[in-house]
Design a protein around this ligand. Structure first.
Ligand code: ATP
Length: 361
């Protein structure tokens, strides 16, 4: 089963501290949503409100169109999978996975059939008679997932479930988690502070900071068209150039940045619309710099000198200092085939449709 989720103006106050501040979000049935943000931004608080472990100070939660704001956890169509997904050490996997079904009064034969189907889903059917200590960390993780899904939740809530695994296993489990979610179609809401994990698994990412939602969108939307400086910086690397709007004309903005004047498309403004004299920040990803003369619309930002360069396989990672400004360091990824050398001078050119401009709040 699967259900949509509606969060309306959810706020959670602990004493004088606002852990969650007026958060609203609509999640479609069957979506894989990732709540992404730094430690303390309110991700777990939001997940706990959805699971019913914390009551919001204000606002409302609906799951599958039914108001759940004050419904106790056991009566919600949700299951929560925590990082310390304690399996019962003395129980066989089949009994671990069937535990929730037993609690719900399901008979043994039916329970075993369901538990086996769930172990099959996570590729561990042949290990049904094993005990948890006979498994690797990744396998135990899969059993925990099978156990969480066995009770047929409409929404599965996952709180940093891969946080305890080493990097290689985590990457592998991300792929598996995504594949399993697509197969079962259950709505997944997954908390992580790992941007790569979010990009690997999410249909949509919710970027959070200080208890608020900074941005919501597909991984590519948030990376290419971030709507806040925080979202731009949290989702991958970016160069931030302070500046101001000089004038606006049809489809274009004339801006002044620390590198000099430039003309950028008005569509570069992903957040609020610009007005003259407003302070702005340009966000440019390192891989969006182009060699001068390359095809397509580009924006010239001024000249800079390479201070150092390192070869990373797919690209050269270079640091550059703009002419006449020793305080700014630009990071640019130049093509694999380029031969950048410290001391080289080049024109900083960016593909026009990759520039993001945000006006200061
Ligand atoms: P992490 O990734 O570290 O788990 P998070 O984004 O999940 O962070 P939350 O656990 O939601 O953050 O916590 C948000 C803020 O609310 C934190 O500053 C935390 O200290 C505070 N907080 C959470 N629960 C309580 C509580 N019961 N009493 C007081 N403050 C709390």
């Amino acid at each position: 089963m699967t259900a949509d989720v509606s969060i309306r103006n959810a706020t959670k106050v602990f004493g004088a501290f606002r852990a969650l501040d007026d958060v609203s979000l609509e999640i479609a049935a069957g979506e894989f949503i990732v709540l992404l943000g730094p430690s303390g931004c309110g991700k777990t608080t939001l997940l706990s409100i959805l699971g019913g472990f914390i009551e919001p100070s204000a606002g409302a939660i609906a799951i599958g169109g039914r108001d759940m704001t004050h419904v106790e956890p056991a009566k919600r169509p949700t299951t929560t999978m925590f990082q310390d997904y304690a399996l019962f050490p003395h129980m066989k996997l089949i009994d671990n996975v069937g535990f929730g079904l037993r609690m719900r009064g399901m008979g043994k034969a039916e329970r075993h059939q369901k538990a086996l189907a769930m172990l099959d889903l996570v590729g561990l059917k042949a290990s049904a008679a094993k005990k948890p200590h006979e498994l690797s960390g990744g396998q135990r993780q899969r059993v925990a997932l099978a156990r969480a899904l066995a009770v047929d939740p409409d929404v599965l809530l996952l709180d940093e479930p891969l946080g305890a695994l080493d990097l290689k296993l985590r990457r592998q489990m991300q792929d598996e988690l995504k594949a399993i979610q697509k197969r079962v179609g259950t709505t997944f809401i997954h908390v992580t502070h790992d941007q790569e994990e979010a990009m690997a698994i999410a249909d949509r990412i919710v970027v959070m900071n200080h208890g608020r939602i900074e941005d919501v969108g597909r991984p590519s939307d948030i990376y290419m068209r971030p709507r806040s400086l925080f979202a731009a910086g949290f989702m991958g690397e970016a160069n931030f150039l302070p500046g101001r709007v000089i004038s606006l004309a049809e489809g274009e903005a004339r801006v002044e940045t620390a590198l000099g004047p430039a003309t950028i498309p008005i569509t570069a403004f992903t957040g609020d619309a610009p007005s003259p004299e407003q302070k702005i920040t340009l966000c440019i990803r390192p891989e969006h710099f182009r060699s001068a003369g390359e095809a397509g619309a580009t924006v010239a930002l001024g000249h800079a000198r390479i201070t150092d360069s390192a070869f990373f396989g797919a690209h050269h990672r270079c640091h550059l200092q703009p002419q006449g400004n020793s305080e700014i360091v630009i990071t640019a990824h130049l093509p694999q085939t380029a031969h950048p050398q410290p001391g080289d001078e080049l024109e900083l050119t960016v593909k026009a449709d990759t520039i993001v401009a945000l006006v200061e709040a």
